[in-house]
Structure formats: C-alpha cells, structure tokens
Design a protein around this ligand. Structure first.
Ligand SMILES: NC(=O)c1ccc[n+]([C@@H]2O[C@H](COP(=O)([O-])OP(=O)(O)OC[C@H]3O[C@@H](n4cnc5c(N)ncnc54)[C@H](O)[C@@H]3O)[C@@H](O)[C@H]2O)c1
Length: 323
C-alpha cells in the first residue's frame, strides 16, 4: 500500500513511520515541521520514503500529497488542551477545518485512519466504552470530536481514540503525564500533583504505532468504527503513576488541592472492542518508566537556560537512583 502520514514528524509519527515501512508499505509524510524537527532524516536513503514539507490547510499541497495514496494516517494536529487553548482559532483550522478539506479532497476509495483522543469523552461516570456519549470539554477535545464525526459520517475510516501516550520518541514530548512526572522526579527530585485520585488511562507510543499498523492490515473489518486504544492494565490513578515512578527514583512527592485538568479526565476505560478486533498492547507502565529513566542520560545535563547542569543526580549515581 502507499500510505500518507500527516504529522508524521511528531511524537507518534516518528515511531510509526519506521513501523509502517517495516510492514512493507510505501510512506509519504506531510508535515509542516512546526517544531523544527529533522528527525526523519535517516529515512531518505529508502526509496519507499517520501517527504513533503507543507501545511495540511493548504489545499494544493494536500492534493499533491494525496496523489496515488491508498490510505491516509491522519496525525497532524495542534495536540493537547493547553496548546489548543493558547490559539483556539488555529486549533480549529488545523484540527477540524483541515479534516473537512481532507475528506472533501480524498477520493472515496482512499481510506483514513484518524487519530482521535480520549479527551472526546470529557467527564465520564462508570466504565467508558465507545458507546459512552462524547462530551468534550476543551477546545482540543471539541475539535478532535467534530473531526472524527465528520469522518465517521463520511465513511471508509477507522477512528482511534488514543489513551494518553507515554515513552520515548525521537520527537520527545515531556508534556505527557507519565513522561512529565518521571522527568520531574528525575530532574527536580520532587513532584507536586493535583487530583491524585483521578483515574487516567495510558498507552506506550510504540503500542500506539502498532495499533495503527494493525488497522492498516485489518482495515476492512474495522472500518466505520471508533476504538479506544490502550489497555485496562494501563488504567491508573495519578497517585499510582507517582508510586510506580517511586519504585525506581527516590524523590519527594507532594499532593496538592490546587489545580485541575481542563479535559476532566477521571475515567476507567474499556478496551474490549479493540481486543475483539485483534489488538493488544505489549508495553507496561513499569517498562515505560524504566525506559524514561534510562533515556534521561541522553538528555543534556545542562539546559540552554542555566549555567550549571540540571541533572546532578546523574553524576552522583551509578544505577539511575538519586540518593
Ligand atoms: N500523544 C498522545 O498522547 C496522543 C493521545 C491521543 C491522541 N493523539 C493524537 O495523535 C496525533 C499525533 O499526536 P502527537 O503526540 O504525535 O503530537 P505532535 O504534536 O508530536 O505531532 C503533531 C505533528 O503534526 C504536525 N503539524 C501540526 N500542524 C500541522 C499542519 N498544519 N500541517 C502539517 N503538519 C502539521 C507537527 O509538525 C507535528 O509533527 C494527534 O492527532 C493527536 O491528537 C495523541
């Protein structure tokens, strides 16, 4: 298959692209490189890889990108509630309007795998399944929910409502909860956490990518449906995440009454539907935390904004633990 990955230079995309190539497909990435990423460089030797630097809002660029493509994996977006709230008009243009345009410009035989989010549900009572009514609370949640509805109404689409990603990727995101908590514990030796009892749900970035490759291979059976992507084994309260990190990093943990999640995510999610479709995750929270601890040594122990190193713990230890 020839596959177009929009937003392929992002956190998920840079892990996904090699997996799609390894599955034997040809890959064209369309990305505006809004974070100045150069991390797909190592693929240019491969004739099965192509890159277009451009904006999904640009209809000419999108037409060129769609040429001869069998399936679009649509990742490009302004991602997360804080980033979308900062510029709601831009978020709507990219996360929703551009999806309407993509839907208009594709021919009906071109499949779409759409990256949606658990933020589509908002506050949920009881177990969250794909039949739970969507009630997004943030600009991010609203734009993604409107976009997935557009595509589901149009057809020939698989919608993935991903849990919160964690783990390392070439385009690292430290704003994701597990990554953020682990890095703060490692780097600052302390963590202040609000809404400690809120239940969240997670999925490793390698499993997010595996799920997309699974949809590519099983598209006809899955088409027309939305799936929660994650695992019941990765449903944890924020406090449980902190304690999982504490098993490996000695840090001071404080709980606060101040602060709240704009998406009000406090839910237990069922992944029965995607399991029935043949997909299960591989990577546990503990494996991801250890990966982050081990990978932290590759991050500069100086920041551009400080004259002294910011990871003193690295120099004091031999086993990755602060003393
Ligand atoms: N990472 C998660 O935890 C998570 C969870 C749920 C859903 N998702 C969804 O998965 C997708 C990928 O998320 P991510 O974590 O990789 O985010 P990311 O911000 O790392 O990647 C987004 C990519 O899109 C590109 N992009 C942004 N605007 C563009 C535009 N106008 N034209 C072309 N390219 C543009 C960026 O340059 C970037 O490479 C998103 O659609 C997001 O909503 C992610």
């Amino acid at each position: 298959m020839k596959v177009l990955v929009t937003g392929g230079a992002g956190y998920v995309g840079t892990v996904l692209v090699p997996q799609v190539l390894a599955a034997g497909h040809r890959v064209r990435v369309l990305d505006s490189l809004m974070y100045d990423q150069t991390i797909l460089m190592n693929h240019f030797l491969d004739p099965k890889f192509e890159f277009i630097r451009g904006d999904i809002r640009d209809s000419d660029c999108l037409k060129t990108a769609l040429k001869d493509v069998d399936c679009v994996i649509h990742l490009a977006a302004i991602v997360g509630a804080p980033a979308c709230s900062k510029n709601p008009e831009l978020a709507k243009e990219i996360n929703y309007d551009a999806v309407v345009q993509l839907d208009k410009l594709r021919n009906r035989s071109q499949k779409i795998i759409f990256a949606s989010t658990g933020s589509a549900y908002g506050a949920v009572e009881g177990i969250c399944t794909e039949d739970t009514p969507l009630n997004p609370l943030s600009v991010y949640g609203v734009t993604k929910t409107d976009a997935e509805k557009q595509l589901l109404d149009s057809g020939n689409v698989v919608v993935y409502r991903f849990a919160t990603g964690f783990g390392l990727s070439p385009r690292l995101r430290l704003d994701l909860l597990v990554n953020d908590f682990a890095f703060q514990a490692i780097k600052n030796g302390q963590l202040i956490v609000y809404e400690k009892g809120f239940k969240r749900t997670f999925v490793h970035v390698h499993d997010m990518s595996r799920a997309v490759v699974h949809a590519l291979g099983n598209f006809d059976n899955m088409a027309g449906n939305a799936f929660n992507v994650g695992s019941e084994e990765l449903n944890f309260t924020k406090e449980e995440v902190c304690l999982a990190i504490k098993r490996h990093v000695d840090y001071n943990l404080h709980f606060s009454e101040v602060g709240s999640d704009p998406d009000k995510r406090d839910y237990v999610v069922s992944y029965e539907k995607i399991r029935q479709a043949g997909f299960i995750t591989n990577i546990s929270l503990d494996q991801g935390v250890l990966e982050i601890i081990r990978g932290a040594v590759m991050l500069e122990d100086r920041t551009p904004f400080a004259n002294v190193g910011s990871f003193p713990w690295l120099k004091q230890t031999t086993n990755g633990r602060r003393r």
